[in-house]
Structure formats: structure tokens, C-alpha cells
Design a binder for this molecule. Sequence first.
Ligand code: SAM
Length: 230
Amino acid sequence: MTTKHTQSNTKHPDAKAKGADAYRDPSWWYDIRGFFILMGTYQVFIGNHLSFFARNLGNRHLEAAIGSGTFLALTLITQRLKGRTIPDEIVGIDYAESMLNGAKKLFRNKKNIHLIQADLSKIDFPDAYFDSVNIAHSFHAFPEPEKVLKELFRVMKPGANLYVDVLLAPQGGYIRKAIATKVNNFCFRKGILARTCNLEETQAQFKNNQFEIVDSYIKGNTFHLIARKP
Ligand SMILES: C[S@@+](CC[C@H](N)C(=O)[O-])C[C@H]1O[C@@H](n2cnc3c(N)ncnc32)[C@H](O)[C@@H]1O
């Protein structure tokens, strides 16, 4: 991959450090707004995101930063449509109460889905518990990504994969860049985006936390990364 991304993974100066408080809005509103954010800033068609994350649903799956649960629900539908197995156990963790309330409502009849309000930098599960981990649209929102990576590595089984999409600094032509910059600035002010990322630094971040990079590619402004616990 030859593209150079000059912006580093450091926190954006306009980013408000609100943590879970940034996600106080009702989850239905998050879903509607999220669709436009996806188009404006990630610049990836939702179908691409769904087939990416549906490829990583192990038998004991952790959905890290599950949010309102809508994206996971769509991932599971994608999985069913492809005729693939649904995990026996799914754990969804998020620290924002209002988001998690949406997920609780959505999955109220699903006995295999457990929802936990917690910070991902301290996961109350034993070592080597999960077969797979997905972090959808959230890595660049983590206030402390290093702590989260350490903790995810701990709870993953050896050989388990972690799939993540990481928001890069806006790139492409003038119009594409202008739209993404505008949407990002809105997200920084709302506190729902902590940083846009740099490809090389993000890869290094995973490697420094003992992950092996299995594959990675860019679509739109999004860096898709598959990392494995050796
Ligand atoms: C942009 S949303 C994405 C939610 C969901 N994955 C989706 O694709 O719709 C980011 C989520 O990350 C959660 N989050 C950010 N940092 C977190 C942390 N350290 N621990 C738990 N949840 C976190 C927020 O509460 C929010 O629900």
C-alpha cells in the first residue's frame, strides 16, 4: 500500500473529551445521523462494511463498542443471507447507557446476545475467552485506544481475529475532502470522534500490542484492518 497519510493518530484539537457522555442522544437518532456520517466521512457503502464484519463472527464473539446494536443486527442478517452460522454467544460492550438501551431493546428476545455497560479498557472476562472481536466505526472514538487494545488482546483466544475499520484523515478530490472535513469537524465538536488516523501509525499501534497484521486495505477514507492474536 503506497498512500502516505501525514496526519498522526494524536487527538484532534477540537475534539471534546466527553467519553460516554458524547453518546447521550437517543439511539434511533444516532442511527439516522450515523448513516449520513458513514456516507460523508467514511465514504464507504454500508454493504461493504457489513460483508467485511460478517466475515469475522466466531462462536464466542465480542462486539466491542456495540452502540445502538443496529450495525450488529445488520451484520447478523448479512451472515444469515450468506448461509453462514450465527455465533452461540455474542457479548456486546459499550460504555454509553443511552446507546446500550437501544441495543437492549433491539435484542430483547435474543438469548445468545449479552449486553454489558463497561469501558473496553477493563473487560470483566477471563483471558483467551473470545473467538472473534469486531470494532465497527469506533476505534477513532476511543479516548484511550492503547488500553483497549491491550485488554482486547488479553480476552482473545490465540488464533482469534480482530476486524476493525479506522477513519483516516480526509483524502481524494477537493469535493470529497471538503465534505469529509465538514462532517469530521461536526463529530469532533460533538465529542463522538477523538481523532482521524494515520495508516502506518495504526498498524504500528496494533503490532506494539502484539497483534499480527493479517490483511489491510483502504476504501474511501476508511482503513480496514484484520489483526490476529498469534
Ligand atoms: C460511532 S459509535 C459506533 C457504534 C457501533 N459499533 C456502530 O457501528 O453503530 C462508537 C461507540 O463507541 C463507544 N465507545 C467509545 N469508547 C468506548 C470505550 N472505551 N468503552 C466502551 N465503549 C466505547 C461509544 O459509546 C459509542 O457507542
